[in-house]
Design a binder for this molecule. Structure first.
Ligand code: ZN
Ligand code: ZN
Length: 251
């Protein structure tokens, strides 16, 4: 199965990265709807999409307003936006307020609980999603997605610790996509902003015994020159990479 990185930063886009969005083209599942969602049309392989929101901060939802370009304004049967009740209410009331965005969307909004069935893969097997609450200003949810022989966890906008509550929820997945807004050593800022440092994310991946870790929601202020140094993190968890926009991850 493939996961296409449509956007791999947070806060704001820069010339290298757009904000959080990922596509599983085989099943038409989108994780978060940041500015990277403008790329959806180029990679869409299904007639409809299910978009799952980790939370409603702008860097994860602003791309919802780009969908009119992909699906038109009456996409009642083509787009379902899933999220917790409070986040969907915020999106409907604020992002789609007429003074903010003039086109009322025809999409379905679906309340996301602890479990959810996911579309069938090309072999005809349905998937399942399990969600779990995470610590972040305003709250966010992590997601574990599974089909037979494929498992993925998406953990963004939270402060990783070696004993984080969600470690059991992501145990043993084939691919963990976890935010690390900051390099190691910015713990105070990470706690203040509700984000993660690379050393702690590597500890989470090791504790959860995942097969592979791909780091996302990379601080947009980092440049190629000041990028993450992975050498220390690799001593804790060897199979770690930093996501770039338009990477295609196989799992
Ligand atoms: Zn974010
Ligand atoms: Zn956030």
């Amino acid at each position: 199965m493939q996961l296409i990185c449509l956007g791999t930063t947070g806060f704001h886009p820069n010339t290298r990265r757009h904000t959080a969005s990922f596509l599983l083209p085989e099943v038409g599942v989108v994780l978060d709807a940041g500015t990277g969602l403008f790329r959806l049309a180029d990679h869409l392989a299904t007639e409809r999409v299910d978009i799952f929101l980790s939370h409603a901060h702008l860097d994860h939802v602003s791309g919802l307003t780009y969908l009119v370009e992909t699906f038109g304004v009456d996409a009642h049967d083509q787009v379902t936006v899933h999220g917790t009740t409070d986040k969907l209410t915020a999106v409907k009331q604020h992002l789609y307020a007429p003074a903010i965005f003039p086109v009322a969307p025809g999409y379905k909004f679906c309340e996301l609980g602890e479990t959810c069935q996911l579309p069938c893969n090309s072999a005809g097997d349905a998937g399942t999603m399990r969600t779990f609450p995470m610590k972040h200003p305003g709250g966010s949810i992590g997601m574990r997605l599974e089909w037979p022989d494929h498992s993925l966890a998406y953990v963004t906008d939270t402060t990783a610790t070696a004993d984080a509550d969600y470690i059991e929820q992501i145990r043993g997945v084939d691919l963990l996509v976890h935010e690390s807004n900051f390099p190691a050593g910015h713990d105070e800022l990470a706690e203040l902003t509700g984000h993660s440092c690379l050393d702690k994310v590597a500890q989470v991946a090791a504790a959860a015994e995942v097969a592979r870790l791909v780091v996302t929601h990379v601080d947009p202020f980092l440049t190629k020159e000041t990028d993450f140094d992975l050498s220390d993190a690799r001593k804790v968890f060897a199979e770690i990479e930093i996501a770039e926009d338009l990477d295609v991850l196989e799992f």
